[in-house]
Design a protein around this ligand. Structure first.
Ligand code: ATP
Ligand code: LTN
Length: 328
């Protein structure tokens, strides 16, 4: 069977270089390795408070970013999660097969809820992995490309699928996460011990940043004591993060990136990293602007929703039948 590749990004804020490296950079390569379903996880974006206008604008931006990254709508399906009602329907079923104990052990839930008053934590934040598992299951996805922080959710989806199949027979496809060997976790430029994250922007490079601002951010990134450009995440987290960014964008190994800078000073090295980021993002930003101007995403999302619904509804029916729901 050809690979079914599925992933989503939440339209919660401005996309960062971490999102780009995790999902967008590899998109053209993956498009030739299977059947791609890429979506905008707008229902997931509601798990923390968000203004309607911001959600709308972020969703449009994200659609344009996927297209600017090279998503070809003739070969891949791009859609909004909320346009395919099967997500909510399967969610209502699958919430009965994941348990409170396992949901409360999810790192993302613990991290995000730790910053909130208990009375303000929505059920959707707690039940986040149920909807995410439903997203994956609906498309019979066997490959799920994500950054490191999402591995736990894909693992939980595997547990759910195994649990379900043990009970009802071989109904669901078992998914596998795929993370980059290099760049699974891009760190903040101002504090390289924390993840670059769009909802907690601290030392982030945003994909829409002005190129001069990007240069400035990289030139003022936190570095470490010493003067050698060496990959050593424990003792040199700042330099290691910049080396990782460089290696990802240049499609090379960390070792090869290191070799290029054996005799370089921090300043020259940072300039080379800034050049690499600008070289990558300049054409990307130009494509993005053009897509926003022509609103090319509108038709793509419309057709994507139809294509995605067809596939998702088949799986939904299969599940309904397996568990004993009557129906058409
Ligand atoms: P939020 O801050 O709202 O939780 P996020 O920036 O973590 O958002 P998501 O929408 O949750 O972004 O993630 C989209 C994809 O990008 C996921 O596969 C996630 O693992 C990946 N990702 C996010 N941040 C990074 C990062 N710093 N390094 C590598 N991958 C990342
Ligand atoms: N939880 C993911 C976004 C997401 C996703 C998915 C990723 C929602 N559904 C299904 C892969 C597959 C995140 O926070 N990045």
């Amino acid at each position: 069977m050809a690979n079914r590749i599925l992933t989503g990004i939440k339209p919660t804020g401005q996309l960062t270089l971490g999102n780009y490296i995790a999902v967008l950079k590899n998109l053209p390569k993956l498009m030739n390795q299977g059947d791609l379903f890429y979506f905008i996880a707008d229902l997931h974006a509601l798990t923390l408070p968000i203004e309607p206008n911001v959600l709308r604008q972020n969703s449009i931006d994200l659609a344009a970013f996927y297209l600017a990254a090279g998503l070809d709508p003739k070969k891949a399906t791009l859609f909004l999660q909320s346009d395919v009602s099967a997500h909510a329907e399967l969610n209502a079923i699958m919430q009965n097969y994941l348990y409170m104990g396992e949901l409360s052990r999810m790192t993302q839930f613990k991290d995000k809820s730790a910053k909130m008053k208990e009375s303000a934590i929505g059920l959707g934040l707690f039940a986040y992995p149920v909807l995410m598992a439903s997203d994956i299951i609906l498309y019979d996805a066997n490959v799920v490309p994500v950054g490191e922080d999402q591995i736990q959710h894909v693992e939980l989806t595997r547990d759910l699928v195994n649990r379900f199949n043990n009970r009802y027979g071989d109904v669901l496809v078992i998914p596998k996460y795929e993370v980059r060997k290099v760049g699974a976790r891009i760190m903040s430029l101002s504090d390289p011990t924390v993840k670059m994250s769009k909802s907690d922007p601290k030392g982030d490079i945003f994909l829409k940043d002005d190129l001069a601002v990007i240069r400035k951010k990289i030139m003022s990134a936190v570095t470490d004591s010493g003067s050698e450009v060496k990959f050593d995440p424990e003792n040199k987290p700042g330099i290691s993060n910049l080396l990782t960014i460089y290696a990802c964008l240049k499609d090379m190994s960390i070792e090869d990136a290191e070799k290029q800078f054996v005799n370089s000073r921090y300043g020259d090295f940072k300039k080379a990293v800034a050049d690499a980021v600008v070289e990558e993002l300049e054409p990307f930003q130009n494509r993005y602007k053009q897509i926003i101007e022509t609103k090319a995403y509108e038709q793509v999302l419309k057709e994507g929703a139809e294509k995605a619904s067809k596939v998702a509804n088949v799986t939904l029916k299969r599940v309904q039948k397996a568990i004993g729901l009557l129906g058409k």
